[in-house]
Write a protein that binds this ligand. Structure first.
Ligand code: 3HC
Length: 295
C-alpha cells in the first residue's frame, strides 16, 4: 500500500527556487516551526535570499509582530543549498517555486521524485502550470498538487490548493492543513482551470483597467485611486502589476493564450510593449510608475 501523506509526519521542508516567492515561502515555513532548506542552482541568488529573509524577519521583530526569540529560532531552522536532490532525500514536503517553464519543472519533478521519501508531497507554487502536466514525470501522481501563494507571500493570507485528477484526498487535506499551520487561509480548488480562482478574478479587473487606460478614459494613476478609494482594494491594478511584475503579468497571459488559443486571452498591447521594453515594475525600477524617481 502506498504511504499516505499526513500533516503530523511533516518536519523538514524543501523549497526549490530562491526568487521573491521561494524566499518568503521558506521564511513562512520556518516561522511555523519547520526545518527548511531553500535550494537554487545559483549560489548568489541564495545569498540574496538569506539576506532578504534576515531583513524581513528582523522587521517583524522590530515591529513586535514576532518575538526576537521566534525570529532567531526561525532563522536557525533555515539552511541553503545548491544541491536540491540531496536536500530532497530528507524532505517530508517539497514546494517548488522555480522558473515558470514546463520543461524545467518536469525535469525537476522527475529528479525530486527519485530522491524524495515515498510519503513526501511534491507541490508546485506555479500559478500557470497545473500539476497535471507535471505528475506523470513522477511515480507519485497522487502526491502531487499546486500550492499557490500570493505576492508578497509573508503578508497575503490566501493559499490556493489545487488538485489534479490523480491527487489523493490525503494529499489535499495535508496541504490544506499545512497552509493552516502557516496561519494562511486555504482555498480548495477541485478542478484545474487556467488562473485557478484568485487570478481569474484579478484578470477581469486588470483587463478592464488596461482597456480604460488605453482608451484614454482615465489615467492609470486615477484608475488606481478609484480601485483603492471606491472599492477598498489595498492597491490599484497598475500598482499591483508593478508589484507582481509586468513580466509575470505578461507571461501568465501568454501562457493562458497558449492553452486556450482564444485571441481574447492574448496579453494586452500595453503589457506587451512594456514587457518588450524591459519595464517589469518595481524589480527593474520602472513599470507603470517610475520607482527610480521616488525618494
Ligand atoms: N514583502 C513582505 N512584506 C511586505 C512587503 C513585501 N514585499 N510589502 C509590504 N510588506 C508588509 C509590510 O512590512 C507591512 O507589515 P506590517 O503590517 O507588519 O507593518 C505590511 O506588509 C503593510 O505594508 P505597508 O504598510 O508598507 O504598505 P501597504 O499597507 O500598502 O501594504 C501590501 C502593502 C501588503 C503589498 C498591500 O498593498 C497589498 O495587500 N497589496 C495587494 C497585493 C496583492 O493583491 N497581491 C496578490 C497579487 S496576485 C499574485 O500574487 C498571484 C501570482 O500568481 C502572480
Amino acid at each position: 500500500m502506498k504511504p499516505q501523506p499526513n500533516i503530523d509526519a511533516i518536519r523538514r521542508i524543501l523549497v526549490v527556487g530562491s526568487g521573491a516567492m521561494g524566499t518568503q515561502i521558506g521564511a513562512l515555513f520556518a516561522l511555523a516551526g519547520y526545518d527548511v532548506t531553500t535550494s537554487d542552482l545559483d549560489a548568489s541568488a541564495l545569498d540574496r535570499s538569506r539576506e532578504e529573509v534576515r531583513r524581513r524577519l528582523g522587521r517583524l521583530a522590530e515591529k513586535g509582530r514576532r518575538s526576537s526569540e521566534e525570529v532567531e529560532s526561525a532563522l536557525a531552522r533555515m539552511s541553503y543549498t545548491t544541491d536540491s536532490f540531496a536536500a530532497a532525500c530528507e524532505a517530508d514536503f517539497i514546494l517548488e517555486a522555480a522558473v515558470e517553464r514546463i520543461d524545467i519543472k518536469r525535469k525537476l519533478f522527475a529528479d525530486l521524485d527519485a530522491a524524495a521519501p515515498d510519503h513526501a508531497i511534491l507541490a508546485t507554487n506555479s500559478s500557470t502550470i497545473p500539476s497535471s502536466v507535471l505528475m506523470d514525470a513522477t511515480t507519485r501522481p497522487d502526491r502531487v498538487c499546486n500550492m499557490h501563494f500570493f505576492n508578497p507571500a509573508l503578508v497575503m493570507a490566501c493559499v490556493e490548493v489545487v488538485r489534479n485528477p490523480e491527487t489523493s484526498d490525503a494529499t489535499v487535506d495535508t496541504t490544506v492543513a499545512l497552509a493552516e499551520k502557516l496561519g494562511k487561509q486555504p482555498v480548495r480548488i477541485n478542478r484545474e482551470i487556467p488562473g485557478f480562482v484568485a487570478n481569474r478574478l484579478l484578470r477581469a479587473l486588470r483587463a478592464e483597467a488596461l482597456e480604460l487606460e488605453a482608451a484614454g478614459i482615465a489615467s492609470f494613476e486615477d484608475i488606481d485611486v478609484a480601485a483603492r478609494t471606491a472599492l477598498g482594494h489595498p492597491m490599484g491594478p497598475f500598482e499591483l502589476m508593478d508589484l507582481v511584475g509586468i513580466d509575470v503579468a505578461y507571461l501568465v497571459r501568454a501562457a493562458e493564450h497558449e492553452q486556450t488559443g482564444n485571441p481574447a486571452d492574448l496579453p494586452h498591447p500595453s503589457l506587451k510593449k512594456m514587457y518588450e521594453q524591459g519595464h517589469y515594475g518595481r524589480k527593474t525600477g520602472r513599470g507603470w510608475y517610475d520607482y527610480e524617481a521616488q525618494p
